[in-house]
Write a protein that binds this ligand. Structure first.
Ligand SMILES: *[C@@H]1O[C@H](CO)[C@@H](O)[C@H](O)[C@H]1NC(C)=O
Ligand SMILES: *[C@@H]1O[C@H](CO)[C@@H](O)[C@H](O)[C@H]1NC(C)=O
Ligand SMILES: *[C@@H]1O[C@H](CO)[C@@H](O)[C@H](O)[C@H]1NC(C)=O
Length: 597
């Protein structure tokens, strides 16, 4: 029943929509505008009221403005009669519809909610039309064969650190801190890996960044302002054999050595530092529109993650010790400012980069500095921060990257206790580490972490690994190693991509292990893939099978992820099952459905 109605409605879309949005009537050739003051005018008022009522029921399409416009335009004297008619919906409730000749028109706001379809008015090429869409997500067609040394999926479009569920980018680690499942913030390996992969991918796709060197101590020093109780000198550094800047000043706030700047557009600061205990530095940003709006970003020797008060934002760079090795810090100043304002719930509207400038930089305490730059981006530094985090925070004995939060996946499944591993997190980590191994020209610390990271793929999820078996038989790498198993599809495919990445980039023995796991996973994927197909979309997991519950239907963005993943896999595995399935699933996104009996 519903399907037939939908088809009829699609065919008469222009007409159907015109009923709801009176302003469209004059655009639709076959429908004639109802005139004001006669029957149509009175009905307009009723429609207005009816639509207001519907909006209270959370309808998302706005009608009042269109109706207002239509009233103003009015004028047309040709009349085609339509009648109001009640539509009884499944015998459960009624809504107001219209009857015109043999056709019945339903309000789009109703269709939107009933069928979860989307629509908006759009004006271009000089006229307005209504655009109906069955889904809201995008398919990315791969440009060529997937290459583990290249862009990861379409992650060049990701901007992990600006997401609301990222509390801040840790200034100690250089990686994002998530608040998704625990509000105080925690390191979430999957998110950290995505941050790394997005920066790696952006490095390959974005235009060349601009860099301005503020200080490199190679020639004369820049024009530092040095208070009388402070010193600043240029010296040869024993560790690097380079000239660096050495400074010392009281630790108190005002009396630092500073640079006065007037720098716009480039907001990624990076510098090499070696700071003594209690030292700190501050970057001063100013609004270009309201010059009295000045923000101070303080980077302090502390384990503090982030704190902020009024115009002051604090990020801890960890404990400092003048005897430690040189560190390179990379900070996106605009992200740091936004996170500081969000920390105080003051981020109503994000400052765009074009509305800010950097006006100063101050160092306090004592230490050494080199290579201070402001750049459009420092994607590779941020990528390597993620890769280094993965090397430093792996459980050495198991090879897992622990998720330090409790997680409930579905009612009826046991909670995952803090410390669980995710096949998706492991796979993403392999994708990062394989790229770092490749890009660094063979740094074995990345390879070693990646190979160790394969271990959980061989350990049952019931025993602390990520391996489940469908019907005790078909192996599956679990994004969430739940009891009973959940068989999440997108996380499994991300795990496969990580295994593939390592298999391509690693030398022989390591490559063999990854290849074997990848092949095993591809075989499972082909066996189980169609269990996710509902005939009009996909399911996110197989909980309907393992829990006996209703299927967990994939939202359109997850459905699109399934499609994008299959299209990508199809560039490295030519089994037609992948492409044929992907094409059918693409069809679902524009309302096509599998045939019925
Ligand atoms: C990408 O990284 C290379 C160094 O490997 C650098 O020269 C280039 O400017 C970077 N490009 C972008 C867009 O980040
Ligand atoms: C750092 O600050 C603490 C607390 O203010 C102080 O006790 C300590 O002496 C300082 N250390 C140095 C090396 O200045
Ligand atoms: C500053 O950059 C130069 C050029 O990349 C490098 O040789 C030098 O070691 C860097 N300085 C420090 C202290 O790392």
């Amino acid at each position: 029943m519903i399907r037939i109605n939908l088809k009829v409605l699609l065919l008469s879309l222009c007409a159907a929509v015109a009923v709801v949005t009176l302003s469209l009537w004059s655009r639709c050739g076959e429908v004639v505008m109802a005139s004001r003051g006669r029957k149509g005018g009175a009905q307009t008022a009723e429609w207005d009221a009816a639509n207001k009522k519907m909006r209270n029921g959370q309808m998302t399409v706005k009608f009042d403005s269109y109706i207002g416009e239509a009233l103003e335009r009015g004028g047309s004297s040709d009349l085609q009669a339509y009648e109001e008619i009640d539509c009884h919906i499944n015998g459960e409730y009624s809504i107001g519809c219209r009857k015109e000749g043999g056709e019945i028109y339903l309000p789009f706001s109703f269709l939107h909610k009933y069928f979860e379809v989307y629509g908006k008015l759009a004006t271009y090429d000089g006229y307005e039309r209504f655009e109906w869409s069955h889904s809201y997500s995008k398919v990315y067609y791969p440009k060529g064969k997937y290459d583990p040394r290249g862009v990861f999926m379409y992650f060049e479009n990701y901007n992990v650190e600006v997401r609301d569920r990222v509390k801040c980018v840790s200034a100690t680690e250089g990686v994002p801190v998530s608040t998704q499942w625990e509000i105080q913030g925690y390191y979430y390996p999957t998110q950290i890996a995505q941050f790394g992969l997005s920066h790696y991918s952006k490095n390959l796709t974005e235009p060349e960044p601009r860099h301005t060197v503020l200080e490199d101590a190679e020639r004369d020093l820049a024009r530092w302002i040095i208070p009388s109780d402070a010193t600043l000198t240029r010296e040869l550094d024993g560790q690097t054999g380079n000239h660096v800047v050495k400074f010392s000043s009281p630790e108190t706030y005002q009396n630092g050595v500073s640079l006065k700047l007037d720098h716009v557009l480039d907001f990624v600061l990076s510098l090499n530092v070696r700071l003594g205990m209690n030292s700190s530095f501050t970057v001063v940003l100013q609004s270009r529109e309201k010059r009295d709006q000045v923000f101070q970003l303080h980077y302090i020797c502390s384990e503090l993650l982030i704190s902020a008060q009024d115009q002051h934002v604090y990020h801890g760079i960890g404990n400092c010790d003048q005897n430690q090795l040189w560190r390179r810090l990379t900070r996106d100043l605009v992200v740091d400012l936004h996170k500081g304002l969000a920390y105080q719930n003051r981020l109503k509207r994000k400052f765009s980069r074009s509305k800010l400038k950097v006006i100063g930089l101050t160092f306090r305490g004592m230490g050494q500095l080199d290579n201070i730059t402001l750049s459009t981006s420092e994607h590779l530094s941020q990528f390597y921060d993620a890769a280094q985090w993965l090397v430093n925070h792996q459980d050495a004995s198991t090879g897992g990257w622990p998720n330090p939060v409790r997680r409930r996946v579905a009612p009826g499944m046991a909670d995952l206790e803090p410390g669980w591993y995710s096949a998706m997190g492991q796979g993403h980590a392999l994708s990062v580490l394989a790229r770092a191994y490749h890009h660094s020209g063979g740094d074995t610390s990345y390879l070693k972490a990646a190979v160790t990271g394969l271990r959980p793929f061989n350990i049952a999820s019931s025993a602390g690994g990520v391996l489940a078996r469908f019907l005790e038989h078909i192996p599956w790498y679990e994004e969430y190693p739940t009891q009973p198993a959940s068989f999440v599809l997108n996380g499994f495919i991300y795990a496969l991509l990580g295994l593939y990445d390592l298999s391509v980039v690693a030398p022989s023995t390591a490559s063999q292990q990854a290849t074997q796991l990848f092949k095993q996973g591809m075989a499972s994927l082909k066996q189980l893939l169609l269990l996710y197909d509902t005939g009009s979309g996909t399911t996110y997991d197989l909980r309907h099978f393992t829990l006996g519950s209703a299927p967990n239907l994939a939202r359109w963005d997850y459905h699109a992820t399934h499609v994008n993943q299959l299209l990508l896999l199809a560039t490295i595995d030519h089994d037609p099952l992948l492409t044929v399935t992907a094409e059918r699933w693409i069809g679902y996104m524009s309302g096509k459905r599998a045939a019925h009996n």
